[in-house]
Design a protein around this ligand. Sequence first.
Ligand code: NAP
Length: 536
Amino acid sequence: MNENNLSKFRIEPITNFSLIENQKAMKGAIAKVKNQLNKEYFLIIGGKERRSGEIEPSVNPSKPSEVIGQVHFANREQANEAIEIAAQAFEKWSRTPPKERANCLKRCAEIMKSRKLELSAWMILECGKNWEEADADVCEAIDFIDYYAYETMNLFDKKLLGHVPGETDHYFYEPRGVAAIISPWNFPLAILTGMSSAALVTGNTAVIKPSGQSSVIIAKLMEIYKEGGIPDGVVNYLPGRGSVIGDLIVAHPKVAVIAFTGSVEVGSRINKLASEVKEGQNFVKRVITEMGGKNAIIIDSTADIDEAVKGVVISAFGYQGQKCSACSRVIVFEEVYEKFLNRLINATKSVIIGKPEEPETFLGPLIDMSALENTKKYIEIGKKEARLVLEMEVPKIGTEQCSVPTGYYIGPVIFADVPPESRIAQEEIFAPVLSVIKVNNINEALKVANSTRFALTGGIFSRTPEHIELIKQEFKVGNLYINRKITGAIVGRQPFGGFKLSGIGSKSGGYDYLQQFMVPRTITENTMRHGFAPIE
Ligand code: NAP
């Protein structure tokens, strides 16, 4: 990590929506975006807009009849072509001075800052994020670009190792080639911007495949990349179905690095497929996968219950529980179990369910019908496995609280007395469904906390130093939080990512993330040569 570079990195401040002028500006941005709905979005290959035979509407999950954009989905031929074009563009982009590339990316971050509210508005409408969640998503996207641009500056300097007379030993990095960037819909802008800017700033070229549910916001990212000066062909926009073009992209012999964020099922498939060396491929692919979680917060008997309840509600139900970092298990000491549970239920009842475009909304819709059906299935499973203590109704149209339209809504659900090994306590549900588990002591709490196949985020609310110290050592997760919520990692300060089945690779927003997109080389030269033989 370079201290000088990092000292120049500043996180983008979130918007203060308690200020009337910011509220007005956000409402204005939503209204403006609403006037631009239902347009066509094309693939972008080699800087040119391309049509395909298949157009898929991207819809507003809180009102599926509202089409955000008509997106051309790539076919296999176009996926092949995009990779070939990216491979050609690599020759020049990889030789562009690193500083020039970094400045180009920094211009993109500046453009993003100037379009902050508009980008939030697109995500509010396309992905059902509330104002704060959408704003945080844009801020994180800006932070990723800025951070990687600063971090890259000195990475490419040749480092002199050792100081042996008569010999120089230089260590340096080079880009790998074409990067396939495959992303989910839940941090629609931040994740894809992070993975792609890391690839680009380090001199790789990219094909980017957003999730079908968040393709329009990524078309906006492409506008920014173009305006920021990323040359044609260096980044290619390939919306499409994972089931149609996913395997092809992953297995293509010219794709050198795959940066994926999504489910453990797809991530494991990618890892397996990418390990096969195809004809014409003379390298082993580098795979970076960020996958799911089944995250827990421990509440011990000395916890500040007010803080704990607040932290759990935000961690479990923020963005409808559709965060890889979300809390889906609370592990509570017996002494405070009933007290905590009652307070948790009452606090949850106070969350406002509504349209994400309304400023007061805390909880919006799930992303699509299949997510809604999957959640209902898990609620039925939960009813057999544990005690249902809250199944909050979604307010009907015209009620006092709000007017929820016909979207993919489900209210928060809490199960108590959940057996730690039950399905609802082990499987990622990706919805506002929370399991509360009773334990007797810290060792039992730890055993339960570590009992899933994931290791992403986790936390504890406690005022007992011994418990906190033990947790630091023995709660095996990628990101551990103490006496606070377990979501909302900040670039540079809280590098994010897990292990076990939560991911492979180093953490996004961390000082060693960029190295994954590069190959290290060492050059050793004997400088005790006998004279010179200059070229005539
Ligand atoms: P997903 O179903 O795994 O999809 C992720 C991406 O992979 C989408 O673009 C998808 O395209 C694509 N895909 C599908 N099949 C593919 C294949 N055979 N080859 C290549 N790509 C393929 O995940 P999701 O539902 O979008 O996102 C939710 C998951 O992401 C959760 O498990 C969550 O925990 C995880 N996540 C993890 C992190 C983290 O940092 N650890 C962050 C955010 C989310 P289609 O949309 O066309 O299917």
